[in-house]
Design a protein around this ligand. Structure first.
Ligand code: GLC
Length: 615
């Protein structure tokens, strides 16, 4: 980049003039984020280390009006950053509910062991208690590990490292703070009343959103969040005795910031501190993400078009196009953003676009992604090459695409949302996160949501087996694996993203089950995980069809496995807390949805009638 510009001014900050001064100090207490993206000397994007690597330009505000290069955070000056981040005692949004309706085993029913039957019961209770003690210690261990994974920037917690595996010889990028990986950690901290780390994370990643990013000569649109970032300590120029800390974002595979919006809402709901979401820069950040997602493109569908590997599955797995996970997160983020956007004249158009997208998206997913026995039979009998508005087979799906495994696998009771839909292509694989989050966000209609859990119960041995939860089912094998993954040696059948089992998915399962008032399903899954997760050292994922082995290249002490388990426990213990993550069905949406269904099919688009999306 050859330009020098303030990428994203913070509200209330003075414009910075290169080479003149840095801003007067404001303590971390008033705004935890005392950093601002500053212009850099012309032609230089951020700071460069001795190997020529560039870092983003951040600065702290310092007490003296002396010249300090603006892209520096000097650890020597840390004393001026003492943190008085506000704590919010109690959680207005999720106040503890005394008896709390916990779904976990209750100890209060002590039995009197006078008869044989009572003795048996007492033995069972003892065993249960022993199990609880064990479980409690697993929980304690998980908390300890989670705290050890905290990453600090200038003395303040800003996130958690992806994995803390002392046995691993190759770190790869697991020493970074991944945006999506932090969500379960962040929510666990929120539920513990530790809000600072989440607030700092939200505000720092917001700053990274504005950082100029390029891939070769191309700069993607503003609004993209990095997928991860890292705190680096590098030597301070011209001073051998000092080092400085810089935040180094990784835009390698772009994230859209959907999780960021979801976490921001959870933060506000849990802490009661709405001042973060009300900040001008945060409101701008939300709008930037929305504009990016709602921008017109070539696409005809209301679903969001992404490349392969844009979600939890971040390598080639044949899910380019409109993968369910992205649609569920998109829907969820739109609802959360609508709740948080400050009403102002300037955002009326955006809110309108957002509302119409919500209707179109939910209609599209509920109608075209849904399959159960009835729908499958309908597809099986589809006629093809229908070219009219009345076409039943709108996407021209060839019935031959129904895979043989599905004919056996679809239970009589239950159903699910398919993984992806494109012209002439339905990806029938079951993707766990997309389905679970469709329940949580109400993207799936209520009966569909229940049917998804029915399917989970009916296919427990495939989806949970020895360790919850299968990331997708079934695995790609043979030629299909070779073609769709490009022969990826990490994604071999029933490993990693290709049918591996991921303990982190426990928390999304817990939220979905709590929302539908069927917590016993998640409780059962947590108990299965507890049998071995700690002994196995908290692996990132498990391999084989039945999840019997620790994954081939799985990291140990993977933070989101730890946090996913912990969060599931916290939520099941006090289910009302799940409210901070759940979006209930929107009645306005339901009404628009039913009027869409009631409308007779249009024969031909009327002139002057603006139809934004094909639903
Ligand atoms: C794997 C996961 C990805 C996660 C990353 C770091 O690549 O697929 O979702 O963020 O590991 O843990």
């Amino acid at each position: 980049m050859a330009t020098s510009e303030v990428l994203h001014p913070l509200p209330g900050s003075m414009p910075w003039h290169h080479g003149l001064h840095c801003d007067p100090c404001r303590r971390m207490s008033s705004i935890p984020l005392c950093f601002k993206v500053h212009p850099t000397p012309s032609g230089i994007s951020g700071v460069q280390d001795s190997k020529g690597k560039r870092y983003p330009a951040y600065t702290n505000r310092c007490p003296k009006k002396q010249f300090i290069p603006p892209w520096r955070v000097v650890t020597k000056r840390l004393h001026c950053l003492s943190c008085e981040c506000q704590r919010f005692e109690g959680s207005p949004g999720t106040s503890d509910d005394g008896s709390n309706g916990s779904f976990l085993p209750d100890e209060t029913n002590k039995l009197n062991p006078s008869s044989a039957r009572e003795k048996l019961a007492a033995a069972a209770a003892k065993k249960e208690k022993a199990m609880r003690v064990k479980a409690d210690s697993i929980e304690d261990e998980a908390w300890e590990l989670l705290r050890e994974s905290i990453v600090y920037y200038c003395g303040h917690p800003v996130g958690t490292i992806a994995a803390n595996d002392p046995s691993s010889t190759s770190i790869l990028n697991y020493d970074q703070v991944f945006i999506r990986d932090f969500v379960p950690s962040g929510v666990a901290f929120l539920l513990k009343g530790e809000y600072d780390i989440v607030r700092n994370f939200i505000l720092h990643t917001l700053q990274l959103q504005s950082w100029e990013k390029t891939m070769d000569c191309h700069s993607p649109g503003q609004g993209l969040m990095p997928a991860s970032f890292k705190v680096r300590t590098i030597p301070l120029d011209g001073d051998d005795s000092a080092t400085e800390e810089v935040l180094d974002p990784d835009f390698g595979e772009a994230a859209i910031g959907l999780w960021w919006i979801i976490l921001l809402r959870a933060y506000g709901k849990c802490s009661g501190d709405l001042s973060v979401q009300e900040r001008v820069d945060v409101q701008t950040g939300i709008k930037m993400i929305l504009k990016l997602c709602l921008a017109d493109g070539f696409d005809m569908f209301p679903t969001l078009l992404v490349t392969d590997g844009s979600c939890m599955i971040d390598r080639r797995m044949g899910i380019h196009g409109h993968p369910l996970e992205i649609q569920a997160l998109f829907y969820s983020a739109l609802l959360c953003a609508r709740e948080m956007l400050a009403p102002e004249d300037g955002s009326a158009d955006l809110i309108r676009a957002l509302n119409s997208r919500l209707v179109a998206l939910s209609f599209h997913i509920r109608e075209y992604y849904w399959i159960d026995m009835r729908k499958l039979n309908e597809i099986y009998r589809y006629k093809t090459e229908e070219y009219s508005y009345d076409a039943v087979n709108k996407f021209n799906i060839y019935p031959d695409q129904i895979p043989p495994w599905l004919v056996e696998w679809m239970p009589d009771k239950g159903g699910y949302l398919i993984g992806n839909l494109q012209p002439a292509h339905m990806d029938f694989r079951f993707f766990a996160l997309g389905n679970l989050w469709s329940i949580v966000s109400s993207l799936a209609a209520s009966e569909q949501a229940h049917a998804i859990l029915d399917l989970v119960e009916a296919r427990w041995d495939d989806l949970v087996a020895d360790m919850p939860f299968k990331i997708c089912y079934p695995a790609l094998e043979n030629q299909e694996w070779r073609i769709l993954t490009g022969g990826d040696p990490k994604n071999t059948p029933w490993s990693y993203h290709n049918g591996g089992s991921w303990p982190t998915l426990l928390w999304q399962l817990a939220v979905a089950c709590i929302k539908l008032n069927r917590p016993e399903i998640a409780v059962k899954a947590v108990e299965i995980a507890e049998r071995r997760i700690s002994r196995d050292k908290w692996p990132e994922y498990y391999d084989t069809k039945g999840a019997r082995f620790i994954g081939k290249q799985s990291r140990l002490f993977q933070t989101w496995s730890i946090a996913g388990y912990l969060l599931a426990k916290l939520l099941l213990a006090k289910p009302k807390r799940a409210k901070i993550l759940i979006s209930e069905e929107d009645l306005d949406l339901v009404n628009s949805f039913s009027s869409l269904l009631a409308k007779p099919r249009r024969k031909r688009s009327r002139k002057g009638h603006k139809q934004s999306y094909i639903v």
